[in-house]
Design a protein around this ligand. Structure first.
Ligand code: MGP
Length: 216
């Protein structure tokens, strides 16, 4: 059993001036020293736009975690998204999946995309991203959480974006469930429509808008 050393000062003899310190070994409950495991191990990535490098070379792994405590330690350690320079991204992906279209788990996938107005950077960006992270690490989509690969936040002067990436754009049940729950968790009003687009369409788009495969 785990024990803690507890120092207690006691008057060895009330008549005498000095105190004596005794060391006691007391049992500790596992709750107080075992970190709370998450269902998955996650990796946080950072992207900084350096035009002299390729897109992939600008992507850096920050750290991995698989407990609630280590999630908060990392979250509290990194800059809020609203403080990042335009052109930067954070990505949180399941361990083993790289935050790029090319990864085998993303190749046939797509994303639920939240596009924010410039005004929303102040009002919504940081809380939307934190809620997105909590949806991921808390496995908010029930069995359909298995379809989730990760999430990305793009800080951009033209308007920030947040997205949840899923593994297969043909898994309609999983995608529609994830979209419905995600929209609710962010508190997006019902009249505001969010779209799901395949990475294949995003990667080959010729105009600035990619067609939606699903909406919520
Ligand atoms: P972006 O960073 O996702 O969005 O993609 P941004 O900056 O808002 O630009 P927009 O085109 O959506 O308006 C910017 C560019 O980064 C893409 O056009 C690609 O060249 C590159 N890029 C982005 N992603 C997510 C990938 C990826 O997964 N793989 C590769 N190879 N390039 C990517």
């Amino acid at each position: 059993m785990a024990t803690a050393l507890v120092l207690t000062s006691v008057a060895a003899n009330p008549e005498m001036e000095h105190c004596e310190t005794i060391i006691q070994k007391v049992p500790m409950s596992p709750e107080s020293y075992i970190k709370h495991p998450l269902q998955n191990k996650w990796a946080l990535w950072f992207f900084k736009n350096d035009k002299s490098k390729t897109w992939q070379a600008n992507l850096r792994l920050i750290s991995k975690f698989d407990t609630v405590e280590d999630f908060w330690a990392l979250y509290n350690h990194v800059q809020l998204s609203s403080n990042l320079m335009s052109g930067c991204d954070y990505s949180l992906f399941k361990d083993g999946i790289e935050p790029m279209w090319e990864d085998g788990q993303n190749r046939r996938g797509g994303r639920w995309l939240i596009t924010l107005s410039k005004q929303q950077r102040r009002a919504d960006l940081d809380r939307f991203w934190l809620e997105t992270l909590l949806c991921l690490v808390g496995e908010a989509f029930g069995d359909h959480s298995e379809d989730v690969c990760g999430a990305v936040i793009n800080v951009r002067a033209k308007g920030d974006k947040i997205a949840i990436w899923t593994t297969d754009y043909e898994n309609q049940d999983a995608i529609t469930h994830i979209g419905r729950v995600y929209k609710e968790r962010l508190g997006v009003p019902p009249k505001v429509i969010i779209g799901y687009q395949s990475h294949a369409d995003t990667a080959t788009k010729s105009s600035s808008s990619t067609k939606n495969k699903f909406v919520a």
